[in-house]
Design a protein around this ligand. Sequence first.
Ligand SMILES: *Cc1c(COP(=O)(O)O)cnc(C)c1O
Length: 382
Amino acid sequence: MSLLPYLPFARPTLDEDTIAGVAEVLRSGWITTGPQVKNFEAALSHYLDGRPVRALNSATSALEVALQLCGIGPGAEVITPSQTFFAAPNMIAKVGATPVFVDVELISRNLDFDAVERAITPHTRAIMPTHFAGLPVDMDRLYAIARQHRLRVIEDAALAIGSSWRGRRIGSFGDLTVFSFHPNKNMTAIEGGALVVNDATEAREVEMLRFHGITRLSDGARDVTFPGGKFNLPDVNARIGSGQLARLDAFNARRRELVAEYFRLFPTTPSCLLPHPGYPGDEAGHSWNLFAPLLPLDRMTIDRQQFRAALEARGIGTGISYEAAHLTTLFRRYGHHEGELPNTERIARETVTLPLFPAMTYADVERVCQAVGEVLADGSLQ
Ligand SMILES: *Cc1c(COP(=O)(O)O)cnc(C)c1O
């Protein structure tokens, strides 16, 4: 229907230097974990003020390894938002612990820390917050609560590489931090993830957890002390990650420019609930992985599915970030039900993710805003 090229909601930006670099790795004779992973880990560590970083094959793997690193298993409770990607609650369940779902704030969509404090029990071992869309959670409050109750923190920063809190990058301070390099994130390795840890001992533990639990004996033979996973990142992917990291700050600056245009041009009737614009005076701390307004469904004659189909027909892709994890079939089996987490459930019903990626133009943003305005005008009560 649209004569304009299709506009997906996310698209990676890969440059020719990176593509040539990948070809070099492919020709080198060493394509799985090796020197490129070492380079990538060093570059990430440099970007994060020297903290130890280990690369893995996904953020989901990194979350699982982080939980194992903390010794979290059966009997433990881990506080997490339900308004997040399935990976965090899934991995908590996979290691045998219990996810304790806490509601988020409606606008920031980050954990409500008053509710976090109420959810702490003698079984709580960790808090696993998500920095939604690249907006950091209140890091001062998070770590004050963690210190007071002696809890580990595993930050799901899959959407927040390059974000900062009061001038300090997410991952450059705190406890454990997980990043994702999936193609929809702010930088990619096709697939990939990273885990930022506190010291060399934890880094060695991660190396074992990500690779079969193997240690080297002094005679050169190998030993296994626990059943580790197989979560290593190949060198081909690491080479892409290094090429992307070099451009990350520029990508994120471009995302902020595009979002400013979204805020300037977004249709006002009927009005969507727009995302949190970033903390006053610290707007550059938001890395804007997603631009996801909430639809005014109570004033619309079409539902979200029809809204998305109408944009799709205009050549504009959309997504949903996120469904409510506590209402999945999996976590209903844990006894969860509608009505537990009002903000989470409202966001899950009303959210729609609009196109945002660094290669977009201002004309693309204008096209999306115009299409949203038309679809809402056709499909609303007034
Ligand atoms: C994408 C994402 C993940 C999972 O990342 P993978 O690298 O695909 O495993 C986890 N948490 C959040 C918040 C995400 O957006």
